[in-house]
Design a protein around this ligand. Structure first.
Ligand code: ADP
Ligand code: MG
Length: 276
């Protein structure tokens, strides 16, 4: 595969990534451990990652390999690590409006309406402007007709759309998505993947998506970061040079899926058969 045009393009990209100067998010030699029952759990070890402004990066890895810890550190919710995490060259000092986060559960406030939930984290605007920004973001996630609805009146997919609108309302530079579609049924998940792609193309917000769904990672990402566990490290970064929207059954898509699967099961002594 490396001999074909696709392989050459990929080699070019790998070189250009390391040569990038205007990096939005820079992670250098990041280590994080937790004290558990008197011992240390090494959640992350020697993580190095540069994410360009406007890039869409997917992160895959088995449960417990430190994906959520990594996103929490980037969001500023987690301290006590060693190494550097910088946005636009500045060290992260805590949570900030330049970063939005979406979790697997929507975390909406149950007694607030959809529009109140979206407006909740919105800072520093007059009432009129506030209403406009909320309306625009409800349009962005195609929920205009549900502004007055309460969270319990929404489906899982709609709730996640509200969570996405809420995370984008302050116009963050960086959107962090921690398995945002993990609790949704397969059809809704595919729909929301298309939605997030449309939003990314419209807003050009840098996106970091953690997922355990390899197809989702390839469908969305400019690159797929593969992590391994105990301690959590980056095993490989696979660039995805396919035009969007991507065809999950195309030859190149299937080749990338195979490469990621192989990487996942490389350490298994007796690999079991798997369907791809
Ligand atoms: P993932 O999101 O990939 O499933 P996590 O980042 O949640 O992984 O966890 C990575 C490792 O760190 C796991 O072994 C987990 O048990 C441990 N860990 C995560 N959060 C804490 C915490 N608050 N206290 C102690 N250990 C934690
Ligand atoms: Mg997690």
């Amino acid at each position: 595969m490396e001999g074909c045009l696709f392989g050459q393009l990929r080699a070019l990209e790998e070189n250009s990534v390391s040569a990038t100067t205007a990096s939005n998010l820079t992670i250098q030699n990041l280590n994080k451990s937790y004290k558990v029952a008197g011992g240390d759990v090494e959640a992350l070890q020697g993580i190095n990652l540069d994410i360009r402004e406007g890039e869409f990066v997917s992160i895959v890895g088995s449960s417990g390999c430190g994906k959520s810890t990594l996103l929490r550190i980037i969001s500023g919710l987690e301290n006590g690590y060693s190494g550097e995490v910088k946005i636009g060259g500045k060290r992260i000092g805590g949570p900030g409006l330049d970063r939005g986060m979406v979790f697997q559960e929507h975390r909406l406030i149950p007694w607030l309406t959809v529009e109140q939930n979206v407006a909740f984290g919105l800072n520093g605007l007059e009432n009129g402007e506030r209403d406009t920004v909320v309306r625009e973001h409800l349009e962005l996630v195609e929920l205009t007709g549900f502004a007055k609805a309460l969270p319990h009146q929404l489906s899982g997919g709609m709730s996640q759309r509200v969570a996405i609108a809420r995370a984008l309302v302050n116009n963050p530079q960086l959107l962090l998505l921690d398995e945002p579609f993990g609790a949704l049924d397969a059809m809704t998940r595919i729909q929301l993947q298309q939605e997030i792609l449309r939003i990314w193309e419209a807003e050009r917000t840098t996106m970091v998506l953690v997922t355990h769904d390899i197809d989702e990672a390839i469908f969305l990402g400019d690159r797929v970061v593969i992590m391994s566990s105990r301690p959590g490290t980056i095993k490989k970064i696979v660039p995805v040079h396919l035009p969007r929207p991507r065809d999950r059954s195309s030859y190149d898509f299937v080749q990338i899926r195979k490469e990621i699967f192989t990487e996942f099961f490389a350490d298994v002594e007796r690999p079991f058969a798997y369907e791809i």
